[in-house]
Design a binder for this molecule. Structure first.
Ligand code: MN
Length: 746
């Protein structure tokens, strides 16, 4: 009645079931060696059909289609035998239907029961939690060691679920696709099931990154014609030669998997058009037994006669097959149009094994011999058991062959993350969130405290420790391995530098005003050249961070206008006051001279109220000898008479100097900076801050400590009333054990 109702044609479904059953028997082929085998498969089929008869998949299909498809994959795509097909048919019965393990035991015996039990346990491991946890891998291993067919059937199960993932809800799709990418695809790879691995990865990509997936498909489609033309003109000379030499062969251009293209584009940052190995040429020759290797090498020499090979790109997996059984000869050659092309050379047998894994082996030995399947299974078990009984090692070894460049890591909540091998704690932080990276000060790896530069190992559980005070540093770029982290650090540094440079520009312009210059954009070319910096941002950044000092700026202007009155006065003053004591005398003299109108300006509440600002170049506080300077756009600025700028100001702008003295000392707090040096002892920061805030009731604005080689340097900004107050504080600090020097900054 409702629109969503599915109309079921039972007759049609019965026919369809029969077709699928026949197809399954055909795929088993010579693996069925006796009437008893045939009866057992048939019985499993009947039992499964009956057990699932009321169930339907999300798509509306009868549920039984799924176990049949899984059994089909086992037989056809993995090359497993009767027992596995029976288990494939029954794999969901104990979990999802009223059938019990005892029922299975009585009908099919021990082997099948053990495998079904394993399969049921495995799915429990995954479905109970929302994320894969390290402990779960261990559980899988323990299950695996019983019978490796459990994992192979589970792979078939997963492959079919991935193929039919469309009907699932989005969140379920994401969970399944991610699990597939993190566990099943590496597992398939480890077992040499390349075709399945590739399909699992591509399907995962389809659901985790649908836009990118579509984008890659579109790009491949768009470039297809060009690629086909290229491949055929590249292949033609090879075909001709091979035919002349009497080879029976197949030659094809094989496009890289979508997932590996994605990896190159996104993880390695290579644009689609620049991926040179987007396809490879595969030459499969018919050759048997002893001739296989030498035939492959003959083809190699034919190909490299035609096209120049890249010397460092020869991969000989014929003399040294990979651990998972992969055999092939790979070379990269230069096409006439100047494009590198990968050429893979292998025999039919090698190709079958490369695509299907060890399962293909038996076909090439005693035909149809179950013992060879067993041999293969034994070998697979060996691969898996050869690990220490440790989840981490196993996960690591899955990836060992082709992609040693990835490690598996866990968040404190057990979520799985993959990063390139060599990644540090800081990479991990940035992988989770850029904010986490920017404020990272270290990490706890397996509950042990480590620095940000700590190189992570597969299986590590990583908890990032942050501080709101932390900011990204230039040398972090050397600490991280991933492009993602590097880009984020660069971004943050750039932003930081931009801000600092902005401050620097203000500082610089202020300094120039003191010197009586107006900075114009036109000056910048000269300035950059003089200070040997590339950009104005670099220059202002250096000004702000002290990389370019007041003195150097003065020197620049001195050099620029060496014949002006400016230098004349400077020289005159220097002659008049060769040391600091005399500076003070000349200051007073100068201040006296400024009283041209007869009135003396005193900064303070008793007298004329004028707005003033305390200059930031010397941060004067009450008690300091000070003077005022009338700036052009910024009112009166108060400087210490010992301020490095004072001499310049007084010599050049005597008429703009106003006398200033402190009147009300107690009412205000002034910012002063103190630099403390000493031995880096435990608790020293604590002792220092206690003195400041508890004993002397001084407010701190900021405190920062740097330590290296057992020494520390602290910079403390405090609010004080006057110089007495500050002197008192500095005196107390000098009494702290471990403190060596205490000086006022500026
Ligand atoms: Mn299933």
């Amino acid at each position: 009645m409702s629109n969503g109702e599915i109309i079921i044609d039972h007759e049609q479904e019965k026919k369809e079931l029969l077709t699928r059953y026949k197809k399954l028997i055909k795929a088993l082929g010579p693996a069925i060696k006796s009437k008893q085998d045939q009866e057992r498969v048939h019985k499993a089929f009947e039992v499964a059909v009956d057990a699932h008869k009321e169930m339907r998949r999300k798509s509306g299909e009868p549920y039984i289609y799924h176990p049949i498809a899984v059994a089909q994959i086992c037989a056809e795509e993995i090359g497993l035998g009767v027992t596995s097909v029976i288990c494939g048919l029954l794999h969901d019965t104990v979990e999802d239907t009223s059938l019990t393990l005892e029922d299975i035991q009585s009908m099919f015996g021990g082997d099948v029961t053990k495998i079904i039990d394993g399969l049921t346990k495995i799915s429990g491991v995954f479905d109970q939690t929302s994320s894969i946890q390290a402990e779960n891998f261990r559980k899988i291993i323990l299950t695996l060691s019983d019978d490796v067919r459990v994992i192979l059937i589970k792979l078939a199960d997963r492959l079919h679920n991935m193929r039919t993932l469309d009907h699932m809800k989005r969140d379920k799709q994401l969970k399944i696709a991610n699990e597939t990418l993190f566990l099943y695809a590496p597992l398939a790879h480890r077992l040499g099931l390349y075709r399945i691995k590739t399909e699992l990865e591509d399907l995962s990509l389809k659901y985790t990154q649908p836009e990118i997936y579509e984008d890659i498909i579109n790009r491949l489609k768009k470039s297809e014609d060009v690629r086909k033309r290229f491949i055929s003109s590249f292949n033609n000379p090879i075909k001709k030669r091979l035919t002349e030499q009497g080879f029976t062969f197949e030659i094809k251009g094989r496009t890289k998997s979508l997932y590996s293209i994605y990896n190159k584009m996104v993880n390695k940052g290579i644009p689609f058009d620049e991926i040179y190995d987007i396809f490879a040429i595969r030459i499969i020759i018919e050759s048997e037994g002893e001739n296989e290797r030498s035939d492959c090498w003959r083809v190699y020499s034919l190909v490299t006669d035609l096209y120049r090979p890249k010397p460092d790109r020869l991969r000989d997996w014929i003399s040294f097959p990979r651990g998972n059984g992969y055999e092939s000869l790979h070379t990269t050659v230069m096409s006439p149009s100047g494009k590198w092309v990968e050429v893979q050379i292998r025999t039919r047998r090698m190709d079958d094994i490369a695509e299907k894994g060890y399962a293909a082996h038996w076909k090439y030995k005693e035909k149809g011999s179950e013992s060879n399947v067993d041999e293969w299974i034994r070998k697979v078990r060996e691969i898996l058991e050869n690990q220490e009984e440790n989840a981490v090692d196993l996960v690591e070894s899955f990836k060992l062959d082709l992609t040693t460049d990835e490690i598996f890591l866990f968040t404190p909540k057990g979520e799985l993350k993959t990063l390139p091998n060599g990644s540090t704690a800081l990479d991990f932080a940035y992988d989770i969130h850029s904010k986490l990276g920017d404020t990272c000060i270290g990490a706890k790896v397996n509950n042990r405290l480590v620095p940000i530069s700590y190189k992570l190992n597969s299986g590590d559980q990583v908890e990032i420790i942050t501080s709101s005070k932390q900011t990204p540093k230039e040398d972090w770029l050397k600490v991280v391995k991933t492009t993602k982290a590097r880009e984020k650090i660069k971004g943050s540094l750039k932003e930081e530098k931009r801000k600092v440079a902005e401050d620097g520009k203000e500082i610089f312009e202020r300094k120039l005003r003191h010197l009586g210059y107006n900075y114009t954009e036109a000056d910048i070319t000269k300035i950059l050249k003089y200070f040997r910096v590339n950009t104005s941002q670099d220059f202002f950044y250096k000004v702000a961070t002290g990389g370019i000092t007041n003195h150097e700026i003065k020197q620049f202007y001195k050099d620029e206008s060496s014949k002006s009155w400016y230098s004349y006065l400077t020289t005159k003053l220097r002659r008049k006051s060769p040391d600091k004591k005399q500076d003070k005398t000349s200051l007073e003299d100068l201040i006296k001279e400024t009283k041209r109108d007869g009135d003396t300006l005193i900064i303070g509440e008793d007298d004329v109220k004028l707005d003033y600002k305390l200059s930031t170049c010397c941060n004067p506080i009450p008690g300091d000898e000070v003077f005022g300077f009338v700036t052009i756009g910024d009112g009166i600025k108060i400087h210490k008479t010992t301020c490095p700028n004072a001499m310049q100001l007084m010599s050049n702008y005597a008429y703009r100097i106003v006398k200033a003295r402190w009147t009300n000392r107690e009412s205000l707090a002034f910012l002063a900076g103190i630099k403390v040096n000493g031995f880096d002892e435990v608790g020293i920061v604590n002792r220092i801050t206690k003195i400041i805030s508890n004993q002397l009731k001084v407010n701190m604005r900021s405190i920062s400590f740097d330590t290296s080689d057992g020494l520390f340097e602290g910079q403390i900004m405090v609010y004080v009333q006057d110089t007495h107050h500050l002197d008192d504080l500095m005196y107390k600090l000098r009494q702290v054990p471990g403190v060596i020097t205490v000086i006022r900054m500026n």
